[in-house]
Write a protein that binds this ligand. Structure first.
Ligand SMILES: CC(C)(COP(=O)(O)OP(=O)(O)OC[C@H]1O[C@@H](n2cnc3c(N)ncnc32)[C@H](O)[C@@H]1OP(=O)(O)O)[C@@H](O)C(=O)NCCC(=O)NCCSC(=O)C[C@H](O)C(=O)O
Ligand SMILES: [Mg+2]
Length: 285
């Protein structure tokens, strides 16, 4: 699976201090886990959480799930020690909070070496520098921190996320321009399935790769909404077949359901089928 076909439909935050949750996550149908040392862990628990997490990752059992560790910022007393610890952990990436400029990634990479870096995009400065952050060679993915962004903007929460749109759009453009993964922010009302579904649909329509989640009850909705639908899969197959047929007759354009199909549509269709196949493979595990 490449980064572009590996599914990131559901990305679950898990407080690294919670041993029961660390255990439960080994069986949850999530595509990725953010093991959190930052906001979900109280200051007096931070050191113990680091040790608990290190032991859980060493024990393993997380299977296909991408293991991403969110550390505390370097402006806190915990950040540098977290980074040193993560460099020794059995994980796939380190997630840095409140990234405002690419130099913060340089500072982290001095400690974590070749470990891929993900960035929390959650400050106005981060939004304005999204292009440079996305272009950093160590950066593999971005996660929208819509709670922090709303706080910094002094924005009001609305179902249509009006205040979030400029930031979401800037980060999407930046990530897509560099071929990096970009994950939508959390939906706080974790018992409101309809609200979550509507926000997932919006995020998928915009082009996000998946949704960050705070509770296991949110996983199925995100997995469904961010997966290619059966209709999309069937259409992709028909587009590819029609285009191949058109080419065999010396034409560069096919028509499917009254709409033109050019090479660029075929590339999208192939990507969709590759993602569907990757999801099928996970489901079969
Ligand atoms: C929201 C919660 C505090 C609710 O916890 P709890 O009351 O324990 O929930 P349940 O009793 O319904 O739990 C049922 C079982 O599921 C396990 N569980 C719960 N949450 C998780 C989880 N996140 N990952 C894995 N497993 C989980 C429980 O252990 C129960 O298991 P069992 O007993 O074996 O059946 C809680 O869900 C929670 O703490 N969620 C994470 C909150 C969090 O991480 N917040 C910080 C990230 S959000 C953020 O910071 C975004 C960004 O930075 C921004 O600015 O926007
Ligand atoms: Mg945050």
């Amino acid at each position: 699976m490449t980064l572009n076909t590996r599914p990131f439909r559901s990305v679950l935050y898990l407080p690294a201090s919670k041993e029961r949750a660390l255990d439960k996550a080994r069986t949850l149908p999530v595509d990725a886990i953010i093991f959190d040392l930052e906001d979900a862990v109280a200051p007096e628990e931070k050191v113990r959480a680091r040790e608990t997490l290190s032991a859980a990752l060493a024990t393993g059992g997380y299977g296909h799930r991408a293991r991403i560790v969110r550390i505390n910022g370097f402006d806190t007393e915990f950040g540098a020690e977290d980074a040193k610890a993560v460099a020794q952990m059995e994980c796939d990436a380190v997630l840095l909070p409140k990234v405002g400029h690419p130099e913060q990634i340089d500072a982290l990479a001095e400690i974590t070496g070749d470990l891929p870096v993900w960035a929390m995009m959650e400050t106005p400065r981060g939004m304005l520098n999204a292009a440079q952050i996305a272009a950093h060679p160590k950066l593999a993915g971005m996660v929208m921190g819509t709670n922090d962004l709303a706080r910094e903007l002094n924005a009001r929460a609305r179902a249509d996320r009006l205040a979030m749109m400029p930031g979401l759009g800037l980060c999407l453009l930046a990530a897509k321009a560099e071929g990096k993964i970009v994950i939508d922010g959390v939906y706080n009302a974790f018992k409101d399935e309809d609200g979550l579904r509507a926000e997932c649909k919006q995020g998928r329509d915009m082009g996000f790769d998946g949704k960050s989640l705070i509770h296991p009850a949110q996983i199925d909705v995100a997995n469904y909404e961010f997966a290619p639908s059966q209709m999309e899969i069937a259409l992709a197959r028909r587009q590819i077949a029609a285009f191949n047929h058109a080419q065999s007759e010396g034409r560069g354009i096919a028509v499917v359901d009254g709409q033109i199909v050019e090479n660029l549509h075929v590339v999208t269709a192939q990507g969709l089928l590759a993602k569907a196949q990757a999801i099928e493979k996970i489901a079969a595990e």
